[in-house]
Ligand binder design. Sequence first.
Ligand SMILES: NC(=O)c1ccc[n+]([C@@H]2O[C@H](COP(=O)([O-])OP(=O)(O)OC[C@H]3O[C@@H](n4cnc5c(N)ncnc54)[C@H](O)[C@@H]3O)[C@@H](O)[C@H]2O)c1
Length: 370
Amino acid sequence: MTSIGVGLIGTGYMGKCHALAWNAVKPVFGEGPRPRLVHLAEVSPELAARRAEEFGFERSTSDWRELVADPEVEVVSVTTPNAFHAEMAIAALEAGKHVWCEKPMAVTLGDAERMAAVARASGKVTALGYNYIQNPVIRHIRRLLEEGAIGEVNHVRFEMDEDFMADPEALFYWKSEASSGFGALDDFGVHPLSLMQFLFGGVRRVMAQLAMPYADRPSRDGGRRKVETYDIASVLLELRNGASGVMALDRSAWGRKGRIAMQVFGSKGTIAYDQERMNEFQLFTASDRASEQGFRTILTAPVHAPYERFIPAPGHGLGFNELKIIECHELLKAIGGEAAQIVGFEQGLEIERAVHAMAQSHREQKWVGV
Ligand SMILES: NC(=O)c1ccc[n+]([C@@H]2O[C@H](COP(=O)([O-])OP(=O)(O)OC[C@H]3O[C@@H](n4cnc5c(N)ncnc54)[C@H](O)[C@@H]3O)[C@@H](O)[C@H]2O)c1
């Protein structure tokens, strides 16, 4: 396969990110098919045409079904709000396309199950937007864990905080609607859950408490609208590897910009990482001489693959958009029949099950198995 036809639905924050990845993946990685940017869909013909021109797509439409029916489109990026993921991904799979869908997979567990079933029946490749597992730092942490660098992992702690919903007077938008899901759980929680799946094999049972810091927000019509989602979640976890865990999520945490803080405690050491400083991690090993024990900061470098594909010099750093380019490359590897590091719809369903178990736990105030 020398080229692959790409369709992109949605051109907001994530749509642009996917477009950058489709444009950059060949120059960065060299190998694999050259993406041909064929068709782009947005809500209006004007916006679709403008974005197609900016992103380099050949044609555009305000009807995403036209894009899905386009025989020259072989893989579809779904980057619309959560409520559309299931319908669009299923239609694309049924039309014989591979699908790269943003997280969360779906709003209801039933929809996620249908997506996984259709993907299975289609034989096409699916990938969800769990970009944080693509960080060379996270890949290296997995290697260290496999090598036993910190011994047996017995406890993990994850915090994910941002402040884009911290202002009580911020306008009501789709993320406060129940049609987007539970709130912090499926907006944020799925990311730490993808890391837990990647690093520790997933979650066995959960106990959750959800909270809503603001009951209503100003709406575009000048009135106020009742908030329907929970911006805060606190969760106790039992991982499949037997370790205990804590996950704390907050979309209205003033001052936190892109925090995904992870601490992994083992019998021989500790690893700490924070997405706000995504080009480094901290390693403490108890085998160091007591007089020099302490956390070491390790900066990313060409030895941490695939950093070297972007930059030959150590310490210069990758950014969020580079994670998406790596994710895109992994998707293309999977489409080419190679082993790849992506969260397909099958594994994504496990993450959705954990999210829905957490919501059930909050409702029933008890531990729930995943
Ligand atoms: N992987 C990540 O780290 C990450 C980060 C942010 C958002 N997301 C996910 O990406 C998705 C989109 O979020 P966003 O922040 O980019 O939202 P956004 O509001 O910035 O963009 C969504 C775009 O979809 C378009 N759209 C809506 N309905 C459409 C339709 N029927 N046909 C065509 N286009 C349509 C909108 O006009 C808009 O341009 C969400 O599911 C979100 O959870 C993932």
